[in-house]
Ligand binder design. Structure first.
Ligand SMILES: Nc1ncnc2c1ncn2[C@@H]1O[C@H](COP(=O)(O)OP(=O)(O)OP(=O)(O)O)[C@@H](O)[C@H]1O
Ligand SMILES: CC(C)(CO)[C@@H](O)C(=O)[O-]
Ligand code: BAL
Length: 253
């Protein structure tokens, strides 16, 4: 596995690659089995797989959340090697943002609802870094988790809007045995919060309406950012202490 911290070296390597069948998995590190499922889909569907590890500051609306974001670079590199990844990009902020974020991708509809309503500027940061990474990697396919449903929808929209030559592949949410969606931020839950956390997915699945689910969650001690039913899915975000969890499910039709 090749590791590139220097984007100039990566670009030289990319130019020398003759394959068009490149799969790409963008991540913020602290890898878990959810990331593994994306990498597996890419390894199975492409000649080469590239993964990026970059905790993107422009998508964090709260400094404390960024500072507390889990990191385990050596562990991540061991995992990526074992999962069959060919190239890993580990750029720093200055390399990815030579413009200091003067230029950015903005979306003016969906990005200000749901998670965007609670994390101002979040999706501008996500779309901007994803566009930068797509331009650097030039993948045939890029893999995103359905856990981040709104992100997946916005990335698909950006690719369509800008005629970007990449197929976006959505991958099902990987869960713990008790239903909790795997997330790097789960590491920050205290034992008591971890015991409560599966109640989030349970409420989304069991309650008859989005309002009922929000009320049940509030009553169980979650701080509810939102629960909404949209286009046949129920999406929600809650906070347990300082940790924010998101999840979504398909609604039975
Ligand atoms: N449980 C999961 N199942 C499937 N895909 C996932 C899961 N968790 C994360 N992903 C996907 O992995 C990619 C990288 O996500 P990221 O590195 O932010 O991890 P995360 O676990 O979502 O972290 P966070 O704590 O920031 O939510 C995204 O496309 C995301 O949707
Ligand atoms: C897509 C992404 C890597 C952009 O920083 C991030 O939002 C994530 O990990 O879901
Ligand atoms: N996977 C979502 C990234 C974030 O919460 O910023």
């Amino acid at each position: 596995m090749n590791r590139f911290d220097d984007l100039g070296q990566w670009q030289a390597h990319r130019r020398a690659l003759r394959t068009g069948e490149l799969g790409f998995v963008p991540t913020m590190g602290a890898l878990h089995a959810g990331h593994r499922s994306l990498v597996e889909a890419s390894v199975n569907g492409n000649e080469r797989t590239v993964v990026s590890l970059f905790v993107n500051p422009t998508q964090f609306d709260q400094r404390a959340d960024l500072d507390a974001y889990p990191a385990d670079l050596d562990g991540d590199l061991d995992k990526l090697r074992a999962w069959g990844v060919d190239d890993v990009l580990v750029p720093d902020y200055g390399a990815l943002y030579p413009d200091g974020y003067r230029y950015r991708v903005a979306e003016s509809g969906l990005s200000s609802r749901l998670c965007g309503a609670h994390r101002p500027g979040h999706f501008d940061g996500v779309l901007s870094v994803v566009m930068k990474l797509f331009n650097l990697v030039r993948p045939a396919r890029a893999y995103f988790g359905e856990k981040d449903w709104q992100q997946l929808a916005l990335v698909r929209g950006m690719v369509e809007a800008f005629f970007m030559p990449v197929d976006i592949v959505g991958c099902p949410t990987v869960r713990e045995g008790d239903g909790l969606a795997l997330s790097s931020r789960n590491q920050r839950l205290s034992p008591a919060e971890r015991a409560m956390a599966p109640g989030f997915h349970r409420a989304l699945v069991q309650q008859a309406s989005a309002d009922d689910a929000a009320q049940a969650l509030q009553a169980a001690g979650f701080d509810v950012d939102y629960v909404e039913d949209i286009d046949g899915r129920r999406l929600g975000a809650v906070r347990l202490g300082s940790t924010r969890l998101i999840d979504n499910i398909a609604l039975e039709s």
